[in-house]
Design a protein around this ligand. Structure first.
Ligand code: AMP
Length: 222
């Protein structure tokens, strides 16, 4: 059975780092819509030109564009054994579209990483991306990018005012997804306010357990 994982959580919860670790350990592609958009910005493509101002303002791109990007990426053959989605879905409309995309492809295991707001603000102030290829820096990269060797820089959308705006956007537009998924037997909540290795272990355990639930396609009756 395919292992289809969706990572939820506010900006700074550690989704990117944990998605990367889980994907690497389990030999699955990590699909980050934020990384796809940052790469498009770096490459100066049409998508990058459309996305840049919205991303810099800490707002969300339109659902149609994002559903198109995720849908195309999920058609690729490397996703047949499963995937780890980071940053998509971000609205209930996107989550509904993902269910349609997933029709017949096995259940989604949804992991919500929970971190207190003051910790998020501190983490976001310290966060870096690669100035050359645009990927999110992992916690273990100190000065250079582990993918291309480029120098690490602060994200333009991680400035103080923008960060607070992004957290508001999260609460208004993305948090309702938790309710959308929370009654599914394959939904799990993880405490993200612990050292990265502890979060990784908790995620592994929660996802393994979620994959052994008897009928993961069905919702638990209220
Ligand atoms: P992230 O790296 O996941 O924090 O994404 C960075 C920025 O990309 C977000 O603040 C949005 O502007 C945009 N973005 C990424 N994923 C999505 C999505 N699923 N829906 C809308 N906008 C997105």
């Amino acid at each position: 059975m395919a292992l289809n994982v969706v990572m939820l959580g506010p900006p700074g919860a550690g989704k990117g780092t944990q998605a990367e670790r889980f994907a690497t350990t389990h030999g699955l592609p990590k699909i980050s819509t934020g990384d796809i958009l940052r790469e498009a910005v770096q490459a100066g493509t049409e998508l990058g030109r459309i996305a840049k101002a919205t991303m810099d303002a800490g707002e969300l791109l339109g659902d149609d564009v994002m559903i198109g990007i995720a849908g195309e990426r999920l058609k690729r053959s490397d996703t047949t054994r499963g995937f780890v989605l980071d940053g998509f879905p971000r609205t209930v409309t996107q989550a509904t579209a993902l269910d349609t995309i997933m029709d017949g492809r096995g259940p989604l295991v949804v992991v919500d990483i929970v971190v207190p707001e003051d910790v998020l603000l501190r983490r976001l102030a310290a966060r870096r991306i690669c100035g050359s290829c645009g990927v999110n820096a992992l916690v273990e990269w100190t000065t250079t990018c582990g993918v291309c060797g480029g120098g690490l820089v602060t994200r333009t959308d991680d400035g103080d005012g923008i960060v607070r705006g992004r957290l508001k956007v999260y609460h208004r537009q993305t948090r309702p997804i938790v309710k959308f998924y929370s009654k599914r037997p394959t939904f799990r909540v993880i405490d993200g306010n612990q050292p990265p290795d502890a979060v990784t272990a908790a995620m592994d355990q929660a996802i393994c357990q979620a994959c052994t639930v008897p009928d993961p396609g069905k919702e638990i009756p209220l």
